[in-house]
Design a protein around this ligand. Structure first.
Ligand SMILES: [Zn+2]
Length: 531
């Protein structure tokens, strides 16, 4: 008996056997049950997500003589007849290889003949977006007035290329990528069926590499079983080689960590595996682009890139370890590899050079890096402010504001009293940064004084100015605002009070002395708003 590929063996014959796409399956079954069928369906989704399988099962279910809860029974003469790939009542048409209007007309001519055995004729048009404009027009004419017994299922990976006139006549279903865990479960069945032993880790690895496509996953398992009846993670890794997405993550991690030795050894692995430097550089540029997308729109990233939640999470995780400016400059370096290769005698050296440049940041403009850090800080501040405003506080553990970046008012150093503990000072500095955005006027006053005690998170502030009237600062609203900022910065509830004016001779700092700020930020960058 000829060997049948696993993905053929495990192709679902009934809705009940389909993995993933539960919502779509439920909707189709209920339509079959109620008999309220559409004349045209559009099944969209990436490869291997079950579009064609669902279309064929639909064809069987609508013609089944003994349907069970909207599903094909798989036993009746009609089901048996339609189990083969082609029958007169079901036709699968590949638009990718028959895109011309003449091919389409030939098919549409047969629509006029009623079904031979069953109640419905089901035509499945794969890769429908490949049809020529004329072929689409011919199809549209039929879709406008289809015979009662006719059902079209148009399947496509690129619905945006299907004309609106066609789309408007179809009931559309979007097939999502199948979660890795569900794929792994089906792989386990398939491995058992093939008499192979496979570890859970190996199957998960295959499932992840297949990126939500069952057909690819089963083909990969097939390849692994070809090496032997025991499939473990080491074997999977060998079969996948460096084409694995995990390799791209590993490579990017080495770049981000500025690990030049790691980068060179990964390139060595690539070359040993016989990979093309140009192809890899393109893949790497695409990977960096995905990280950039994850960074710019983290909420919609998974949907935008059509990724499984697991893979989207990996991108989001890695994107947090690197700034956007650096991602862009690294991406440019890998994109440039392609054109440099045309004139290079050693592709490997071109790739190594680009990778090392990306890794060691030699080309990076310091100002750009600085700008990026400022943007990050501003973003963190805004987040904290929003939390402040909503009354929800975050623990200080990794709140960026807890790290003092601005110089502390020098007043504390000049104080003759023992200065408050270091972390209380950094909490104060962070709170000042929060307030600076929210209440610049108030902050202008606060930085003319200092914190003299912070026992049990009760911060006590003292003015440097003998004649300073503390009533503005200690007014209910401002006192609460300052206490909230302190609480946000410290991560624990804090209170705030102001002590009377300090009058020790020689202690007072000149009120207009902003030289510390000018020195730190550069005079041009300091804008005095509240004098
Ligand atoms: Zn049946």
């Amino acid at each position: 008996m000829a060997y049948q590929a696993l993905y053929r063996q495990w192709r679902p014959a009934r809705f009940a056997e389909m993995v993933g796409q539960e919502l779509i399956v439920t909707a189709l079954r209920s339509q079959v049950k109620s008999g309220r069928l559409a004349h045209a369906y559009l099944f969209c989704g990436s490869r291997g997500t079950g579009k064609t399988s669902a279309a064929k099962i639909l064809a069987r279910a609508v013609n089944c003589e003994n349907p069970q809860d909207g599903d094909a029974c798989g036993e009746c003469p009609s089901c048996k007849r339609m189990m083969g790939d082609q029958s007169f009542d079901m036709l699968e048409y590949d638009a990718a290889s028959n895109s011309r209007v003449e091919d389409m007309r030939e098919i549409l001519d047969t629509v006029q003949y009623p079904p031979q055995f069953g109640r419905y004729k089901v035509y499945v048009i794969d890769e429908v977006h490949m049809l020529s404009a004329n072929a689409f027009n011919a199809l549209l004419k039929t879709l406008e007035e289809p015979p009662e017994y006719m059902i079209f299922v148009l399947a496509t990976t690129e619905p945006q290329k299907v004309p609106a006139t066609i789309l408007s006549r179809c009931q559309r279903y979007d097939f999502g990528r199948i979660p890795a865990a569900q794929i792994a479960a089906r792989l386990a069945e398939a491995a058992r069926g093939a008499g192979a032993e496979a570890t859970e880790g190996a199957l998960m690895h295959i499932a992840r590499a297949a990126e939500g496509g069952m057909r690819d996953a089963l083909s990969l398992l097939d390849m692994c079983i070809g090496y032997g009846q025991t499939v473990d993670e080491a074997l999977v890794r060998r079969v996948l080689g460096t084409s694995d997405r995990r390799f791209l993550f590993e490579f990017a991690e080495a770049l981000i960590n500025e690990d030049a030795a790691g980068v060179l050894s990964l390139i060595d692995r690539l070359m040993t595996d016989g990979r093309e430097p140009a192809v890899f550089a393109r893949e790497m540029a695409a990977h960096l682009r995905s990280l950039l997308a994850a960074k710019t729109c983290p909420d919609r990233f998974g949907d935008l890139m059509d990724l499984t939640p697991e893979i989207a999470a990996s991108y989001l995780g890695q994107s947090e370890t690197v700034g956007s400016a650096r991602l862009i400059s690294m991406m440019d370096l890998f994109l440039a590899v392609d054109s440099s290769l045309r004139y290079a005698s050693s592709p490997r050296i071109v790739l190594e050079s680009a990778a090392l440049h990306a890794c060691l940041r030699t080309g990076e403009d310091d100002t750009a890096a600085l700008r990026e850090r400022i943007v990050d800080l501003e973003k963190a501040l805004r987040g904290l402010q929003e939390k402040l405003a909503s009354g929800a506080f975050v623990p200080a553990a990794d709140a960026p504001a807890a790290k003092p970046a601005a110089p502390a008012p020098k007043a504390a150093e000049a104080a003759p009293k023992p200065s408050i503990a270091g972390d209380a000072k950094s909490v104060w500095d962070a709170a000042i940064k929060l307030l600076r955005v929210q209440a610049p006027g108030l902050t202008g006053m606060l930085i003319r004084g200092r914190i003299v005690s912070a026992d049990d998170h009760a911060f006590c502030w003292e003015s440097q100015d003998a004649n300073f009237n503390t009533s503005y600062i200690t007014g209910e609203k401002n006192r609460q605002l300052i206490a909230d900022a302190l609480t946000a910065a410290a991560g624990v509830p804090c209170t705030f009070s102001a002590a009377g004016p300090a009058q020790k001779a020689g202690e007072a700092k000149k009120a207009d002395d902003l030289s510390d700020f000018f020195t730190t930020f550069g005079a041009a960058n300091v804008q005095v708003q509240d004098k």
